[in-house]
Design a binder for this molecule. Structure first.
Ligand SMILES: Nc1nc2c(ncn2[C@@H]2O[C@H](COP(=O)(O)OP(=O)(O)OP(=O)(O)O)[C@@H](O)[C@H]2O)c(=O)[nH]1
Length: 320
């Protein structure tokens, strides 16, 4: 991947009415010195969202023909292809998805399409959560997926809830997605550096976890979506690992939303870093391990109905 010239892409998700358009407007009016291109996906025939997005110099494209998750492979690739012919006119691409979309196909597009992979790099998935109304949507697949896939979550509409409700919400979100960076906001007001230039998909930074999450496992497993971490100092056998991951994703891919890992492979001087989105994953050797003491594997899995025992046993069976 040519990250030096690749255009960073920010995907904005969030349930209906959470504050995505408000966030987009903030980004567009902020003096960040970057030229932005925006793709707005509006469900339905009339693109109301496009009228709400303030009139800026930025290029705004709209996809009106249905939900982004259904048309993504065709339309998104085509629109981005057109956009890339005017590459010199922008530095960063924003994609706002409809409130009812599963963000996975959008994210996967940047993993699977060879042309896109060469020209763009996913920067972060930013999910806006309505702190007041999310409670009504916990059972919705879309709402859960949007939280599970997020690199950054804006806990928005904090004016409508109490401090204890916010804390409860943060805890619940962290149990679902331990990797996420959480920021509270009103009217999607957040520092731009928390949204743009996050480099969450940069494999060098694949795991930036709260160390407490890695050391201790205290999740509420009643929730259908949650994240778990496996930490293992002993080296792994690369072939066994590769077979295990392939089988795991073939059989459990729909339920495994996201994986990120830094792995200690037997006989390798470098860290092996990988990440996956459902069945699609990308992995490669990374920098040298700094010291023998540092060598250990850290793997995070976010998904639904995860069989924790099976995952841990399967992983341990890959020891060299
Ligand atoms: N009270 C309160 N209202 C907010 C806040 N942020 C946004 N809103 C309001 O919430 C409504 C929805 O905001 P939008 O930005 O349009 O949300 P959206 O996620 O783009 O909505 P859809 O396009 O329907 O998915 C608007 O009326 C906003 O003014 C907030 O922090 N507090």
């Amino acid at each position: 991947m040519t990250t030096t010239t690749a255009v960073p892409v920010t995907v904005i998700t969030g349930y209906l009415g959470a504050g995505k358009t408000t966030l987009l407007n903030r980004i567009l009016t902020h003096e960040h010195g970057q030229k932005l291109a925006v793709i707005v996906n509006e469900f339905g025939e009339v693109g109301i969202d496009n009228q709400l997005v303030i009139d800026a110099d930025e290029e705004i494209f709209e996809m009106n023909n249905g939900c982004i998750c259904c048309t993504v492979r065709g339309d998104l690739i085509r629109i981005i292809g057109n956009l890339m012919r005017r590459r010199e006119r922008f530095d960063h691409l924003l994609i706002e998805t409809t409130g009812l979309a599963d963000p996975a196909p959008v994210i996967q597009t940047f993993f699977v399409d060879e042309d896109l992979k060469a020209q763009l790099v996913l920067d972060a998935v930013v999910t806006v959560v309505d702190a007041k109304h999310i409670w009504q949507h916990w059972d919705s697949d879309e709402a859960q997926e949007q939280i599970a896939f997020a690199d950054v979550i804006l806990l928005n509409k904090t004016d409508l809830v109490s401090e204890s409700e916010l804390e409860q919400l943060e805890q619940r979100i962290r149990a679902m997605n331990a990797m996420v960076k959480l920021y509270r906001s009103q009217s999607s007001n957040v520092k731009m550096e928390h949204i743009l230039g996050v480099r969450a998909f940069d494999l060098d930074r694949a795991l930036e976890l709260d160390p407490n999450f890695l050391n201790e496992i205290a999740h509420d497993h009643d929730q259908s979506v949650y994240s778990l971490a496996i930490v293992e100092p002993r080296p792994l056998d690369g072939d066994k690992l590769s077979r295990w991951v392939s089988t795991l994703l073939e059989t459990k891919g729909p339920d495994i939303f996201r994986m990120k890992g830094i792995l200690n492979l037997a006989g390798a001087d470098e860290r092996y870093v990988f990440q996956g989105v459902h069945m699609i994953f990308d992995g490669r050797s990374d920098r040298l391990w700094a010291s023998p003491e540092e060598r250990r594997s850290e793997l995070v899995v976010i998904g639904r109905n995860l069989d924790e025992t099976e995952l841990r046993t399967g992983f341990r069976a890959c020891l060299a």
